[in-house]
Write a protein that binds this ligand. Sequence first.
Ligand SMILES: Nc1ncnc2c1ncn2[C@@H]1O[C@H](COP(=O)(O)OP(=O)(O)OP(=O)(O)O)[C@@H](O)[C@H]1O
Length: 236
Amino acid sequence: MRALGILDIDIPAWSIDLIYGNTGSGKSYFAGWLVEQAWEKGRRFLILDTKVRNHLGLVQLKGVRLLKIKVGTRYNWRKLLEFDQVLVVPTRGTINRIGVEGLVEQYYKPLLDEIFRRDRDRIIVVEEAHRYNPSSRRPGKELEQLFREGRDGKLYTVAITQSIADFPKLLFRQAQRHFIFQHYVPNDVIYLNRMIPGFSELNDQLREHDLIEFIPPNRTRIIKRELVVRRTRHFG
Ligand SMILES: Nc1ncnc2c1ncn2[C@@H]1O[C@H](COP(=O)(O)OP(=O)(O)OP(=O)(O)O)[C@@H](O)[C@H]1O
């Protein structure tokens, strides 16, 4: 039998984690792994998914509540936040009718705002985080307030995005940890190389689903895909 070793990634009391990489690189799979670690420690979390099935396996974990967003329905966010561990997903009909853009605007942004104003001590996992920003230069209000002031209320954000070039620098610079999958686009590699010591050499060593952990200003290491072992099924 192959010895797997243990992946020693901490789930701190507070952080801002960014997870980025191409479609299919393993962002959600890894985010789900982080959530499993948080669950084992009894931490409070809420996942805002933009896909219907992606994270559904996580509801196998005892205590995790599922809310399916159905377009036309009004939700009492305050009541929702009484639950400690929550997965929020759209129904297929919702995506067909209002798209991810409508989901984010009509439901997820107001929920993030409510979390910022009233919730405490929670890990908030935001899929497709670039969708919350009006442009690649301007952060959206909801993410910006969480990034800038979330620490006081121990509101810990995990933001997942495909394209780091489309993600406002203002937010990028606030991240406490980066989890980075292999990058191919030359401009992205140049950009990341400026930010992360030795990025291109590390990037060249990555296989599919491997990732780099970067803790600013200069701590980096490669995390091999075999170490990211999920306890629940991922549907990504
Ligand atoms: N460490 C890993 N070991 C084995 N399989 C993995 C690993 N990481 C990811 N995968 C598999 O790779 C596929 C893509 O992963 P995932 O859905 O997380 O990608 P993604 O980056 O979130 O993509 P998208 O941006 O399209 O949502 C999935 O089938 C997943 O099970």
